[in-house]
Design a protein around this ligand. Structure first.
Ligand code: UDX
Length: 469
């Protein structure tokens, strides 16, 4: 199978590399020469654990990168993996998708049947739009010479390779028999774990090679497009829900860690995505919930549960600031250290994170803020050039003369930090751990005034580990 991936961002580079690893000759196309050069030099254009290694192993063999759309002529399957940024009103800007569709149309071969796949998260109905653009640009007939289908990605940043090689499900949205056949063949190696034993020897990255096989689910195109939005919105609702339960646990003196564990034992609920936080954020959940809500309004059937989850999430950011303020009496003139700027660990993605909202609120209340993140400082600084915060390369510098430190992202680096030394730097040893991640008991014994989220003070336990996410 000849595969083409348009876009070398998150979706395109992970998808393209995965198919190259699985043995399909794959060309990644991006108009940005720098990114293409990077891939050809054997380096990943994005920060994602393990991706560098896979690109290095496949480049020039089964993986190719170029700025030219010529490879579309020879392709059996063309994935569209370009960006879909949000507009001011929350709806998705499809201009990159449209221009990719036009270019595909210009290069589509009249001599072979091509399956064009929407891989990026796109509103329901986008396949129809892409079809009409390709028809116009190519002069070819949809469903005879080519077809456009949906195969949404379910990749988590920081775990994308695990998700791409060991997905829970692969969703294929098309009713076209030939496209279904092509996609089954394309995914055969992944679904049947062909060569996985060899790969397991080859990878330095640790995977659970015995994880259950993926479910392959075929449906119509609109339902597949909908599955992506409905799934992400549901996960956002789940987190907002546990965060609200955490606030109630705190008020009543219960322990949300045990509550989440007990809830998760019910297979109808499941243990994942019940980890308390200062709120969800990142490049997907805020964008996808906003678009899903806008669409529901447009069709006169507002998703009130999703609307409530979004509002509850904003409250959660604020709750963290309030909690700190309650403890320190006032934030005016106080120094606060922030640990974690990315929306979760193992990514350098600092776009629209809970950290920027929380930091802004702290500054508005008169606090001086110092920040640290193992990978996200550069992007955060670029995106928030006017934010008056001190950037610290070392964890302990964040704590210098601080009246409180807040952990927002559960990077493993923070587990390994020298907490004795950090305490020595602080003016007042108040530590707010919004992920219930750090070893409470040890920190309390060291003299910290430790607070988590959703845990009554008397219930602080020795071994607290976050649930699986
Ligand atoms: C998400 C989806 O998980 C993925 O399937 C989709 O394709 C893209 O969007 P991602 O944005 O990478 O992936 O992050 P995810 O791991 O889902 O976390 C999103 C946010 O929720 C983060 O801020 C994370 O810290 C938070 N979160 C997650 C919680 O607060 N608690 C949890 O239990 C899980």
């Amino acid at each position: 199978m000849n595969v083409v991936c348009i876009g070398s961002g998150y979706v395109g580079s992970v998808t393209g590399t995965a198919f190259a690893v699985l043995g399909h000759p794959t060309t990644v196309i991006d108009l940005d020469q720098n990114k293409v050069d990077q891939i050809n030099a054997g380096a990943s254009p994005i920060y994602e654990l393990g991706l560098d290694e896979l690109i290095r192993k496949t480049i020039g063999k089964t993986l190719f990168a170029t700025t030219s759309y010529k490879a579309v002529r020879e392709a059996d399957v063309v994935f569209i993996g370009v960006g879909t940024p949000s507009r001011e009103d929350g709806t998705v800007d499809l201009s990159y998708i449209k221009s990719a569709a036009r270019s595909i149309g210009e290069y589509l071969s009249p001599d072979r049947f091509t399956v064009v796949v929407d891989k990026s998260t796109v509103p329901v109905g986008t396949a129809d739009l892409v079809t009409s653009i390709i028809e116009e640009a190519s002069g070819q007939t949809a469903e005879e010479d080519f077809t456009v289908i949906s195969n949404p990605e379910f990749l988590r940043e920081g775990y994308a390779l695990e998700d791409v090689f060991f997905p829970d499900r692969v969703v294929i949205g098309t009713s076209h028999p030939r496209a279904r056949k092509v996609m089954r063949e394309l995914y055969h190696n992944l679904l049947e774990r062909v060569n996985y034993e060899e790969l397991s020897k080859d990878f330095t990255f640790a995977y659970n090679w015995n994880s259950p096989k993926a479910t392959y689910f075929e449906t119509d195109v609109k339902s597949a497009e909908m599955i992506k939005y409905a799934s992400n919105a549901f996960l956002a609702v789940k987190i907002s829900y546990i965060n609200e339960v955490a606030r109630l646990c705190e008020a009543l003196g219960a322990n949300v860690l045990d509550v989440a564990k007990g809830m998760g034992m019910d297979s109808r609920i499941g243990e994942k995505f019940l980890q308390v936080s200062s709120g969800w954020s990142g490049s997907c959940f805020p964008k996808d919930t906003a678009e899903f809500l806008e669409t529901s309004r447009k069709y006169g059937s507002e998703l009130s549960v999703v609307k409530a989850a979004v509002q509850s999430n904003e409250k959660m950011h604020h709750f963290v600031v309030e909690k700190m303020q309650r403890h320190l009496k006032t934030l005016n003139g106080k120094t606060v250290g922030i640990l974690g700027l990315t929306f979760k660990p193992n990514t350098d993605d600092a776009r629209k994170t809970q950290a920027s909202t929380i930091i802004r609120q702290l500054i508005d209340l008169g606090a001086n803020v110092r920040v640290h993140d193992p990978k996200g400082m550069e992007m955060f600084r670029e995106l928030n050039p006017k934010l008056p915060v001190g950037y610290c390369d070392r964890v302990e510098d964040v704590a210098r003369r601080a009246d409180g430190v807040v952990l927002l992202t559960h990077w493993k680096e923070y587990l390994q930090a020298d907490w004795k030394r950090i305490q020595g730097e602080m003016r007042y040893p108040y530590l707010l751990d919004t992920r219930n991640f750090l070893p409470h008991k040890m920190l309390v014994e060291m003299g910290y005034i430790y607070e988590g989220l959703g845990i009554g003070k008397e219930l602080i336990k020795e071994n607290v580990a976050p649930l699986m996410i």
